[in-house]
Design a protein. Structure first.
Length: 660
């Protein structure tokens, strides 16, 4: 029976794929591409990047390194498939990259003049975070090193040829499992160094802590991040280790997450971090190590990533402002800031999160270009002008009609505070008609949506729905005060913000008030479940990967030690009423809205047991409901193209079932 179902499902997808339609279709997900990890050559004239496409036969993302000349726009593949993470040598003659062949992932070098590649590592685990020394003679990287663990018990040996059950798993670590269903293997991330000509990789660190990147070089020292107090999940400091002597030295020391070290051409060190106040959201600042200085003390936005300018006089950094990622340049002496790029992003293919990347060369900044009608392309600021270097999806989307994305602001009914949102109107929108509306809510909750391409939301629009998304209080990119309005209070008054946004769109006159629907994932799942407990104005809801009971969530989530310290005033058994009052479970007795729940079975961030609690409570109350369990999916449900399609298909099918 399962085989027959799979064949019918594939045939239905094939029909969608071959159907002549000028709007976005489910199978188009497999045709989408996007640029990521741009890297500018040292002379600032060329960019290499990772081109991401989808493999329809194996249901996975495929990566390949491409190269483009900024002036001529000459654009071509540089290396074969399954290559990624390119890094230019300091002299610009070689490119370091990572490639996977069969089951082995290794580091390779590519010589541009000779067009030859050479494997430089032969390690047993997957190397990552590789970076060049300033003289181009060495390469540092991170790799997980397993640590043998003595068995807690000694069992008799099984007879030869016997087939016994898998042995028990003995757990005694603070963090013992991760989202995706993976239990922690004993061991830690360690730092290695290898000659750029290849050879034996030498392990530099041996401490029983995880050593973190990005790595940076200062002469013969490697600068890195390490948390030597695992019981404090956010606390880390900057260290350096001499590759000759192996001697390490701690460079920062405070209660907070110092990380992301970067070294200028003159050897000056900068880094990111903040003084930890145990709040749900805390602004990340940019610091100089010596002389000690907070460069962004008066800048009320978190720094995402920072890179030194080629001359070492300033630093480029990215941040998110009003839902859009931007790049600024700051002069380290005067503190003067200049906006370099405003439209960075496009890396979140499914939903419109503000995520982007950039790199710096001589007088050049390359970045992923965010647009409302395309996934990430490649762009560069070269000789003070913006150059769009790729158009990866023009072949697919150039002849498609997409939903238009429009910005709006409105006042919350709770306190008249200004709230930011966007609406996607269906293709061939006619203002004289009435359309059903989907409210789609972002997760986090400390995150933000923006005017970016989102396959899931465009598919809703293609199905004829007006789709609304909003950054309610608690969202990032609006300052520290706005984000912390939900501190120890989430879901706070987000309900009022979201309902006010829906009312604002309804007032425009093109929404059918009898056909309102709501969905969201993670934090958006919390709010979707909260909403149906407070109102019956929505005809149906899809609650994706939610938290339903904060008490059980804190004691089952993978990052439980973080959540109980930063999102709550104390342990759940010390504040049971507080935990319950903020839980959608407390409102389940009010729910009458037909509700579908959708969660990955390998989700350990918001475990599927949360979904099961809500489903079973609704069943006990005889509320129309359904549960969709995605077998191999983690918290990022749409990590594979078919799961992204499935997620959208189930949501639309549920809404269509109850649509008037």
């Amino acid at each position: 029976m399962k085989k027959i179902y799979c064949v019918l499902w594939l045939l239905s997808l094939t029909c969608l794929y071959t159907e002549s339609n000028n709007t976005l279709q489910l199978m188009d997900v497999f045709e989408l591409e996007y640029a990521s990890d741009p890297q500018v050559s040292p002379d600032g004239k060329t960019v290499v990047y990772t081109r991401n496409s989808m493999d329809v036969m194996n249901d996975r993302k495929v990566t390949q390194i491409w190269i483009v000349d900024i002036v001529s726009k000459k654009h071509r593949p540089l290396l074969p498939e399954h290559t990624h993470s390119p890094r230019w040598s300091p002299d610009g003659t070689r490119i370091l990259y990572t490639a996977k062949h069969n089951t082995s992932t290794q580091l390779y070098l590519y010589w541009l003049e000779d067009k030859l590649s050479h494997k430089i590592t032969h390690v047993s685990s997957s190397p990552h975070g590789a970076c060049w020394s300033a003289d181009g003679k060495h390469i540092a990287f991170l790799m997980f090193v397993k640590k043998p663990k003595k068995s807690f018990v000694q069992l008799p040996a099984k007879p030869q040829g016997a087939k016994w059950a898998k042995p028990p798993i003995f757990v005694d670590a603070l963090r013992y499992r991760f989202d995706g269903g993976r239990y922690k293997t004993p061991g830690n991330q360690q730092i290695f160094v290898v000659p750029a000509t290849g050879g034996t990789a030498r392990q530099l660190t041996t401490e029983k802590y995880d050593h973190q990147g990005p790595l940076a070089w200062k002469n013969t020292h490697i600068i890195y991040t390490c948390n030597s107090t695992p019981e404090e999940p956010l606390h880390s400091n900057i260290y350096q280790i001499d590759i000759k002597s192996g001697k390490s030295q701690q460079l920062t020391s405070r209660m907070g997450p110092d990380h992301g070290p970067l070294v200028s051409s003159s050897g000056q060190i900068a880094y990111l971090g903040f003084d930890d106040k145990y709040k749900g959201y805390q602004t990340t600042n940019l610091y100089l190590l010596s002389p000690a200085k907070n460069l962004t003390a008066k800048f009320d936005r978190s720094v995402n990533k920072a890179l030194w300018s080629h001359d070492g006089k300033g630093i480029y950094f990215s941040y998110t402002d009003l839902g859009q990622t931007k790049i600024n340049y700051i002069d380290i002496h005067s503190g003067e800031m200049t906006v370099v790029a405003k439209n960075v992003g496009g890396l979140a293919l499914g939903r419109p999160y503000a995520r982007g990347d950039f790199s710096v060369g001589q007088k050049t900044v390359a970045y992923t270009l965010a647009r409302s009608d395309r996934p990430a392309d490649l762009a560069a600021i070269y000789q003070n002008e913006q150059h769009t270097l790729t158009s990866l999806n023009e072949d697919l989307l150039g002849h498609k009609q997409l939903g238009s994305v429009e910005e709006f602001w409105f006042a919350s009914s709770h306190d008249k505070r200004k709230i930011h949102g966007w609406v996607i109107k269906p293709p061939q929108f006619d203002a004289s008609k009435k359309y059903p509306l989907i409210l789609e809510i972002h997760g986090g909750p400390f995150a933000s949506y923006g005017p970016h391409f989102a396959a899931e939301l465009q598919l809703y629009a293609a199905a004829g729905y007006v789709t609304v998304y909003i950054n309610p209080r608690g969202s990032t990119s609006y300052g520290n005060e706005f984000a912390n309005l939900i501190h120890h209070n989430y879901p706070s008054q987000d309900y009022d913000d979201l309902m006010s946004g829906v009312d604002h769109v309804i007032k425009q006159g093109y929404v059918d008030e009898k056909n309102l629907f709501v969905t969201g994932g993670s934090g958006g799942g919390v709010l979707s479940a909260w909403i149906v407990g407070k109102t019956n104005r929505f005809r149906a809801a899809v609650v994706a990967k939610p938290v339903i009971n904060w008490y059980s969530f804190v004691l089952t989530a993978d990052a439980y030690d973080y959540f109980c310290k930063y999102w709550f005033p104390g342990f759940p058994w010390e504040h049971p009423e507080h935990y319950l009052k903020r839980s959608p479970l407390s409102l389940v007795g009010n729910v009458t809205t037909p509700t579908m729940l959708l969660t990955g079975e390998r989700d350990y961030r918001t475990p599927i047991s949360e979904t099961e609690q809500f489903y079973q409570a609704l069943r006990l109350r005889k509320v129309e409901c359904a549960m969709v369990r995605i077998p191999e999916a983690s918290h990022g449900i749409a990590a594979t193209p078919s799961y992204l399609m499935s997620k959208v298909a189930y949501i639309l099918a549920w809404f269509d079932k109850y649509r008037d």
